[in-house]
Write a protein that binds this ligand. Structure first.
Ligand SMILES: *[C@@H]1O[C@H](CO)[C@@H](O)[C@H](O)[C@H]1NC(C)=O
Length: 517
């Protein structure tokens, strides 16, 4: 190798070294500045109150590190936070790990029940409001900009109308000859109260408002909607009456079940309604679709305001919901009813002229409830026994209906551990082999039964079980005491729990039976 070449290669090495040093230093610089650029504030129990009290308006996301929806939200939330940091006034976005033990009390105080839960806190935390907005950056920004402004902006011009009123959404406008008096004040109270659910505005110029050419002389609340009669008025300005009016007017006569974004608020409103629910699932290519639709609308009209709300969906869009009710496409057109206690009724392969009489039978209490169930398994010889809704009565071990139906169960004295699971649930998949081992360890004891029920394919009686998530593990002692098991899901803990509690309640069997009845 020549001297020159050696020198060259040394220079080369040096250069490389320099490049490396520069590169690594820029890397560390840029990662440092990226950390600084985190716009979402991280709060915990130690500084939550202090930080919140300093903000007139702050948004807090309560999340759990393992929650998928939270992970999807995170980059969007961060993006929104960076945009909103320059808003006038600035809008702060914060997050709290509500799953961390130290923050659980805080989460409890804010009634966090699912993840993510997002709250808007005003006046240093004095006023708490639900965040009911979108979950992507642009949507978050638009929604929060509106939330930080007045609950009801004044509509003065055509431009205001265009800017504020979205004709695909519900909009509530107060029309007042003058902006004072009891009606106006109550309207403002209402707007403030419901601002996270609806858009509000007020005006003294009725002509500006869509469908506004009728001369409005008295204070009037007008609800604009993208369906049915398109607008409805009321002149009753009692806050409670207005709320009730809005609640009723904002549900379409027949809610359409589809996936379009604009329609989602109406779909969720339908399903959140406390009323009984009628649903028609129809293939929109059906040759008698028109007849079905007009009949269904007509019937819905007859029941308006009578505690029964209506929904209709194209079979194609309704796969999941059909599955939820244990129905298949070839059973459509299908009518489904779910009453306000959750009891279901189903009529398959209906004709249009069946709709009205069937609903009448429902209101007359003549229909037989429908229970979704897998077929009873032909063999059941694995250690963990398969239970389905239909076999509840047959497999005496199954706890439920027994309480109300067959008291002999209490003299049979089985001890049962039942897992209610979903096939897609990871924690359930983890529990399955453990449950197998538990079952094997009790195999020689005929009085102990370990069982499982697929909660997605079988209806679970809500009066006995309160299943909030999967897996739900229930335990029934030989004495008839039913509890949800919330201990560790290890083989040792489960076995110990069963051993310890198998006879619970047996001395006072008759009493505890009476209690549960
Ligand atoms: C609140 O405290 C936590 C834990 O000490 C810290 O990580 C976080 O940065 C603090 N938040 C603010 C906004 O000061």
């Amino acid at each position: 190798m020549s001297k020159l070449a050696m020198a060259d290669s040394r220079v080369h090495k040096l250069l490389l070294l320099c490049v490396f040093v520069i590169l690594s230093s820029t890397v560390s610089i840029s990662s440092a500045s990226e950390e600084e650029k985190e716009y979402v504030l991280t709060l915990d129990h130690s500084n939550f109150s202090e930080i919140v009290s300093k903000h007139n308006f702050i948004v807090v996301e309560f999340y759990a590190p393992w929650c998928g929806h939270c992970k999807h939200l995170a980059p969007e939330y961060e993006k929104a936070a960076s945009v909103l940091s320059t808003n006038e006034p600035a809008i702060a976005l914060a997050k709290v790990d509500a799953d961390a033990e130290a923050n659980k009390e805080l989460a409890g105080k804010y009634e966090v029940q699912g993840f993510p839960t997002i709250k808007i806190l005003r006046n240093g935390g004095e006023k708490i409001q639900e965040y009911n907005g979108p979950r992507e950056a642009d949507g978050i920004v638009t929604y929060l900009k509106k939330q930080v402004g007045p609950a009801s902006p004044e509509i003065k011009t055509k431009e205001d109308v265009e800017r504020l009123i979205d004709d695909k959404k519900i909009f509530i406008v107060g029309i007042f000859p003058k902006f004072s008096g009891k009606e106006y004040e109550n309207f403002m109270v209402l707007a403030d109260k419901l601002r996270s659910d609806y858009d509000f505005g007020h005006t003294s110029n009725a002509k500006l408002i869509p469908h506004g050419d009728s001369s409005v002389t008295k204070p009037t609340l007008r609800l604009l909607k993208p369906f049915d009669e398109l607008f409805v008025d009321t002149q009753n300005f009692e806050v409670e009456s207005m709320e009730k009016f809005i609640d009723e007017a904002s549900i379409p006569l027949v809610t359409l079940f589809d996936q379009s974004d604009d329609n989602q608020p109406f779909v969720s409103k339908y399903f959140n309604s406390p009323d009984s629910k009628a649903m028609l699932f129809l293939n929109y290519d059906h040759e008698k679709k028109k007849l079905f639709m007009s009949t269904y609308h007509e019937v819905a009209g007859l029941y308006k305001g009578k505690g029964l709300v209506f929904l209709m969906g194209n079979v194609q869009d309704s796969e999941h919901i059909l599955e939820y009710f244990g129905l298949t496409k070839d059973q459509t057109p299908a009518l489904v009813l779910q009453d306000n206690k959750g009891v279901k009724y189903v009529s398959q392969n209906v004709q249009a002229d069946h709709i009205a009489p069937w609903l009448k039978d429902f209101t007359d209490g003549k229909l037989k409830p429908y229970i979704k169930s897998e077929p009873i398994p032909e063999t059941n010889d694995e250690p963990v026994k398969v239970v389905v809704s239909k076999s509840l009565k047959d497999m005496i071990i199954f706890l439920i209906n027994l309480l109300s139906i067959d008291l002999t169960i209490f003299y049979l004295g089985f001890t049962v551990l039942l897992e209610i699971y979903a096939p897609w649930c990871g924690h359930c998949q983890k529990l399955a082999p453990i449950l197998d081992e538990v079952a094997v360890s009790f195999e020689k004891d005929p009085n102990i039964v370990i069982a499982k029920l697929d909660g997605t394919k079988n209806d679970i009686p809500g009066d006995t079980f309160d299943v909030k998530g999967f897996p739900a593990v229930y335990f029934r002692s030989s004495g008839g005491k039913l509890v949800e098991y919330d201990g560790n899901r290890t083989k040792e803990d489960l076995i110990e729990f069963i051993q310890k509690n198998r006879d619970a309640g047996s001395e006072s069997t008759s009493e505890s039976v009476k209690d549960e009845l």
